[in-house]
Design a protein around this ligand. Structure first.
Ligand SMILES: Cc1cc2nc3c(=O)[nH]c(=O)nc-3n(C[C@H](O)[C@H](O)[C@H](O)COP(=O)(O)OP(=O)(O)OC[C@H]3O[C@@H](n4cnc5c(N)ncnc54)[C@H](O)[C@@H]3O)c2cc1C
Length: 388
């Protein structure tokens, strides 16, 4: 039987969410904490297609009290580190590694967590090498290892975009991308730049959507690139919105994608799925309460069924609002930090710098009724004019 390690807080995942929470806890004087990372710091970003860049802009406005949108610490800036506005996955992973080194965040790499087991007064965490008992766990495992494969017939014949290392590697022409949000449009832009003809198929028309929330419509960065591609290569890019794929079939010539409109597109290359990811909570879903497909959280982003278990990351939802970008979910680093400090009987007063810089936002009522709120009764995309 191996030794059982006791720590005050275990954080699972060394991406922006896990590291941001660790930094908030360190700021509060919580030192007996451990971040367990299954691979390496920033692993998801290292797995992005090489050409992919962050859509949220980085800019070092920190001295003017407006922290770089992609930063996970008040006084750091990926823009300052790399001198660019849209870091690549590789550059962002380097930023995360620099933060770990600079702030001496206690991270153990290559420790995939295989079990989070509730025990009396806390949790037992298992990796291949370690057994740890702790009263506080933050699950920050991210979505990237849970690609969403749609349910239509033949979906498994397609290739999810998260498996692509570089758009340079994709041979053939006449490519079909299923999904028209950020990843699909990023793929389309990169392929058209490489001289390929591309058709994008989407249930809505996110490229037209004028929703004010970038969680619901294309970011200005992606929309600008797509408009540029449409202007420069009008015959290379076809956007097929407001339709669903009903079936993908394979024959000797390649693949046929059949749409709900009755149209079909055929291609020699396996269609690309840009259909997003399942919830980041997938591996620990039984430790959280769910309402249909949505997890339910306490006001401090904890599990409603297991006290001491918290979540940080893009699958956070509160009162129908999504926190799917870094600048959104970092607004809760201070909230989780304060909740854990209180459980450890440390000072749990909100840290003024975190409040001032938007790293500790408790007033999320403003999001309940505003345009960026999720409305489960509304169609997936607002109705828009067809302009092409
Ligand atoms: C392709 C893509 C592009 C995106 N672009 C942007 C963008 O431009 N701007 C933005 O703000 N957001 C963007 N996002 C949103 C995205 O969710 C966040 O940027 C970010 O990756 C989420 O942070 P995270 O820490 O929750 O997850 P991750 O960055 O995925 O980190 C999770 C970490 O947990 C580790 N892990 C997982 N399971 C285990 C386990 N069992 N044991 C131990 N470790 C484990 C993983 O190896 C990983 O290192 C993008 C997302 C994707 C998928």
């Amino acid at each position: 039987m191996r030794d059982i390690l006791g720590v005050d807080v275990v954080i699972i995942g060394a991406g922006p969410a896990g590291l941001g929470c660790a930094l908030s806890l360190l700021r509060r004087g919580v030192e007996n904490l451990l971040v367990l990372e299954g691979s390496t710091v920033g692993a998801s970003f290292l797995a992005w297609p090489r050409e992919m860049r962050m859509v949220t802009p980085s800019f070092n406005a920190n001295p003017f009290l407006q922290t770089d949108l992609n930063a996970i610490h008040l006084e750091t800036s990926p823009a300052d580190l790399h001198g660019c506005e849209h870091p690549s996955g590789q550059q962002y992973a380097e930023y995360l590694k620099a933060a770990v080194r600079h702030f001496a965040v206690p991270v153990r790499e290559n420790q995939p967590v295989t079990g989070v087991h509730p025990i009396k007064d806390g949790f037992r965490i298992e990796t291949a090498e370690l057994t740890i008992e702790t009263p506080n766990v933050i699950w920050a495992g991210g979505e990237f290892s849970h690609p969403r494969i749609p349910e239509f017939e033949g979906a498994k014949l397609c290739r999810h975009n998260s498996t692509i290392d570089s758009w340079d590697d994709l041979e053939g022409d006449g490519l079909i991308i299923i999904g028209g949000y950020e990843s699909g449009m990023d793929a389309a832009f990169n392929l058209v730049q490489r001289g390929k003809s591309v058709a994008v198929i989407s249930t809505g028309e996110p490229w037209l959507n004028e929703h004010s929330d970038p969680s619901e419509s294309l970011s200005p960065y992606t929309r600008g690139r797509i408009l540029d591609a449409l202007n420069r290569f009008p015959k290379k890019l076809a956007l097929q919105g407001n339709t669903e794929v009903v079936r993908v079939t394979q024959n000797e010539a390649g693949y046929c994608v059949e749409l709900s409109t009755g149209k079909s597109f055929c291609t020699a290359v396996a269609p690309i799925l840009a259909t997003g990811f399942r919830s980041a909570l997938t591996p620990v879903k039984e430790l959280f309460e769910w309402d249909g497909g949505q997890p339910i959280f306490t006001e401090e982003d904890g599990s409603t069924t297991h006290s001491g278990l918290f979540y940080s990351g893009p699958s956070l939802v509160h009162r129908m609002s999504k926190f799917c970008f870094i600048y959104k979910f970092r607004a809760r680093f201070g909230v989780v930090g304060a909740a854990i400090a209180r459980r450890l009987e440390l000072d749990s007063v909100p840290c003024p710098e975190e409040v001032a810089r938007g790293f500790h936002i408790t007033d999320i009522e403003c999001c309940t009724d505003c345009e960026c709120a999720i409305d489960s009764t509304a169609p997936e995309f607002a109705e828009v004019e067809v302009v092409h």
